[in-house]
Write a protein that binds this ligand. Structure first.
Ligand code: KG4
Ligand code: ZN
Length: 348
């Protein structure tokens, strides 16, 4: 698709400063500056450090995106920005920048939901979203099953994590195994040489009473504790910890629960299209398992390429373009950053 609205999107909800430019479903630029290395020694994102880094990276990232896209800012049809959920101070930097652009250029402003943007980004790779679709959204801050009837107005949660997010579990287990932050990609890599059946780690909320109350919810804190106990026992016995095997067995447990619940939710909602998004959707085992098991039950799977799964500005621009294309009302210029913006609120 070479037509459609030209939209600039800004993402600053966590540690990536992202500026993307799209025309309709076509990606023109995806500039990302990450502060992840500044957080690595703390083992997690430090909000104040992230906010400061966004402030420093915003203008250079914006310039890089415009140059790559070959677009002058006054040519864009709208500005979109993540208004939430995310870290309050970090969001504020993006929202302030987007407002300045919208006012300075005289363009409409759309404050969009970060989670809906993780779903909308797939349009840049695979074209129009199937609607309805069932979205499994798994990132460092969220793990949700969403029923999407209209990506601009109808996103309804079927379930979510009751404790850690899937990405958070990857990051914590990586730390236990002595792997760097953020742990997801390191576990993914280490697991390639491991035996996924080496330890049968627990699958949270998948049996008995839990299934009655939390059929479409997730829990990863028990799994994290189980890995910690297992590693401690090994160390106490003075035996080496087989990092690749533990990584593979842990990754298998997370992927198994995610795919099982997503396919159960799709069947329950009568939906044949499953979309996986968010940073954890970059995981190679999760991707392969989802495709394999979905095929068996006649469900089509769409997962954006790994570079579009982790936080970026293109996803925000993609959702913004869809809002413009469907004639949705822009946000007001006094749009607040809302660190707990509900998933049902696609536009603030
Ligand atoms: O979507 P994202 O970039 O930021 C949030 O919105 O949270 O997700 C980041 C999370 C981190 O927890 C990171 O460890 C995880 O995604 N992640 C992965 C992989 N790549 C990133 N988890 C598992 N396997 C991966 N290949
Ligand atoms: Zn995200």
């Amino acid at each position: 698709m070479t037509d459609g609205p030209l939209v600039l999107g800004i993402e600053t909800s966590c540690d990536e400063t992202g500026v993307g430019i799209v025309r309709g479903h076509t990606l023109l630029a995806d500039a990302v500056a990450s502060s992840v290395e500044e957080h690595a020694r703390f083992g997690g994102v430090v909000p104040e450090v992230a906010s400061r880094a966004h402030l420093e990276a915003m203008v250079p990232t914006l310039e890089r995106a415009a140059e790559t896209a070959g677009v002058r800012l006054h040519e864009v049809d709208a500005i979109a920005v993540t208004s939430g959920p995310g870290l309050a101070g970090a969001l504020l930097v993006g929202v302030a920048a987007a407002k300045a652009l919208a006012i300075g250029l005289g363009k409409p402003l759309y404050g969009v939901n970060h989670l809906a943007a993780h779903v909308a980004v797939d349009q840049l790779e695979h074209g129009s979203l199937p609607e309805p679709c069932l979205a499994l959204l798994v990132s460092g801050g969220h793990s949700s099953l969403l029923q999407v009837t209209d990506i601009t107005t109808g996103v309804d949660p079927m379930g979510a994590t009751i404790d850690d997010a899937a990405g958070e579990a990857f990051d914590k287990v990586a730390r236990l195994l002595g792997l760097p932050f953020p742990g997801g990609p390191h576990i993914d890599r280490a697991a390639r040489d491991g035996d996924a059946a080496y330890v049968a780690f627990p699958r949270g909320l998948t049996s008995g009473r839990d299934m009655e109350r939390h059929r479409f919810d997730f829990s990863f804190s028990g799994l994290k504790t189980a890995v910690a106990r297992w590693v401690e026992a090994r160390e106490r016995a003075g035996e080496p910890v087989p990092v690749a095997d533990v990584a593979a067995a842990f990754q298998e447990a997370v992927s198994d629960v995610l795919v099982r619940k997503a396919l159960d939710a799709a069947a329950t909602a009568g939906i044949d299209d499953l979309l996986i998004g968010g940073g954890v959707a970059a995981n190679s085992r999760l991707r392969a398992m989802a495709v394999e098991r979905a095929e068996r039950v006649g469900v089509r799977v769409r997962v954006p390429r790994p570079g579009l799964c982790t936080d970026n500005g293109a996803m925000v621009a993609a959702l913004g373009a869809e809002l413009v294309a469907r004639g949705r009302t822009p946000s007001s210029l006094d749009l607040p950053a809302d660190s707990s913006q509900p998933v049902t609120q696609v536009v603030a």
